[in-house]
Design a protein. Structure first.
Length: 176
């Protein structure tokens, strides 16, 4: 499901063999809590998919580490910036990624994706279109698709509804 969130893979169907080629090309890594996946300043060469656990996105502000976001199962990291790198000018991470719990991630290297897309015209076109869009953007310091656990999402939705209703309570009372 996480792969289908990627704009350049959204057109693929479950029955497409190329989709399974991509799935089978993913590397799996089990990582301990506290381990750094990527330091600020490291070159970006892979797309990361959180299969299990929590990854913290950490920024360095005035010499202090600040947790900017926590990414959960299904979240995808570096899906834009990986396309901005060239061999002579690699895109560098602007944040640090650290595991807040024991986690499992899947990685898709740009080299693997390029090899697979060479065998499928539709995938190649989709990646080229996405690449053209990304080329117009500046490097994104926060380059991820966030997926919240259902429990967290439900609570966030409930709180948002409460805020919206509370803010309009006076208007509703006046209209009555």
């Amino acid at each position: 499901m996480a792969l289908k969130q990627l704009p350049f893979l959204a057109h693929l169907q479950d029955r497409d063999t190329i989709f399974y080629e991509i799935i089978y090309s993913l590397d799996t890594r089990k990582i301990q809590s506290g381990t750094v996946l990527m330091n600020q300043g490291n070159p970006i060469t892979e797309i990361y998919i959180v299969e299990h656990g929590i990854v913290e996105v950490i920024g360095n502000i005035s010499g202090r580490e600040i947790v900017l976001e926590r990414l959960f199962r299904g979240s995808v990291i570096n899906y834009k910036n990986v396309f901005m790198s060239t061999s002579s000018n690699p895109t560098l991470s602007q944040v640090t990624l650290r595991f807040a719990s024991e986690s499992v991630i899947k990685t898709l290297s740009l080299a693997s994706l390029n090899e697979i897309r060479g065998r499928d015209k539709d995938l190649n076109k989709a990646v080229q279109r996405f690449n053209l869009k990304v080329a117009k953007l500046p490097v994104a310091p926060l380059d991820y698709i966030l997926v919240l656990p259902k429990k967290v999402y439900s609570r966030l939705l409930e709180k948002t509804r409460e805020k919206m209703l509370f803010g309009k309570q006076d208007q509703l009372m006046e209209s009555l």
